[in-house]
Design a protein around this ligand. Structure first.
Ligand code: ASP
Length: 308
């Protein structure tokens, strides 16, 4: 039996301390803790890392505080188009969805793509049809309505401005994700997002792209990213952490540092990532002012943090 490990994130970015009231901070931390508890309960019982990351991400998708599932941002048409992916480190199987609407938990749809289809990534109406066939839980538009997100969108509606999940003084990426190591030594990672406010042309970010926003390989690590998606795609960020470990022999912490602080910044890749390696080491790192994040330590204690 190997040691178990779990980390989650709820997005990174410029998070203004002055806008963070104690109530708001508590709401974020509670949501991160709930996600950790859901995932950790599975790992503690000897369950699979893949099930743990799905459960943790579902909990974050159900929270209105993050830009995924229920709290997904509005696109240019005033709708919610969500992206999600997950990957299983033991056999490199993966599933992903892009631009899906009205799906309560896009991560579970991604899991179904992995388990019940012969594809890795499906999108738009086709993904919706597949969701319907798979009897995936759907919700009407009202479920995804949030006044704060709506106001964010209204500020940019009709312009060419895409906004990351932000308010006046903030520029943050509310994507959610999880990475886990289970007692059998298997790794998995999952990521889910609503993308960018006012996005058009069915823009897709890094979150549903295996290797960019999500990657897991039992030989090295499991990674879930959050940040400026276009840059993370160009940096193939999640896979690069794996590659630095596999080909260069770097430790998890070194590999993450190189990607987050050396490779992403020249590409304007603001953001961060969470990663877990095959020995149970956990790294949560970012190159901006904060990242909503949490992990469970070896003694089963939950830790959450927002700022550096
Ligand atoms: N990476 C996501 C995207 O570009 C955004 C985020 O992390 O919040 O779609």
């Amino acid at each position: 039996m190997s040691k178990i490990a779990l980390a989650v994130h709820g997005g990174a970015g410029t998070i203004a301390r002055e806008l963070m009231t104690p109530e708001r901070e508590k709401a974020y931390r509670d949501a991160l803790e709930l996600a950790l508890k859901r995932g950790h309960a599975i790992l503690k019982d000897g369950g699979a890392a893949l099930d743990a990351v799905e459960a943790a991400v579902r909990a974050l998708e159900d929270s209105p505080h993050f830009n995924a599932g229920r709290g997904a941002v509005f696109n240019a048409d005033g709708q919610h188009e969500m992206d999600a992916s997950l990957m299983n480190g033991s056999d490199l199987r993966a599933g992903a969805v892009a631009g899906v609407q009205n799906v309560k938990n896009p991560i579970t749809l991604a899991r179904r793509v992995m388990d019940k289809s012969s594809h890795v990534l499906i999108s738009g109406m086709g993904a919706f049809e597949f969701a319907h066939k798979q009897r995936i839980e759907l919700e009407d538009d009202l479920y995804f309505f949030d006044q704060f997100r709506y106001d964010q969108w209204k500020e940019t509606q009709g312009t060419d401005v895409y906004q990351l999940d932000h308010s006046d003084k903030e520029r943050k990426f509310g994507t959610v994700g999880a990475a886990a190591l289970d007692a059998h030594g298997h790794l998995a990672a999952a990521t889910s997002t609503g993308g960018m406010t006012n996005k058009k042309w069915q823009r897709i970010g890094d979150s549903p792209i295996i290797g960019a926003g999500t990657y897991a390989n039992d030989a090295t690590c499991a990674v879930s990213c959050t940040g400026h998606g276009e840059s993370f795609i160009r940096a193939v960020a999640a896979h690069d952490v794996h590659a630095l470990m596999a080909y260069k022999g770097l430790t998890l912490a070194e590999a993450v540092r190189v990607v987050v602080h050396e490779k992403l910044p020249p590409l304007e890749g603001d953001g961060g990532l969470i990663a877990v390696d095959r020995s149970g080491n956990i790294v949560l790192d970012f190159n901006c002012s904060g990242m909503y994040r949490g992990h469970v330590d070896v003694d089963g204690m939950l830790h959450t943090a927002i700022f550096r």
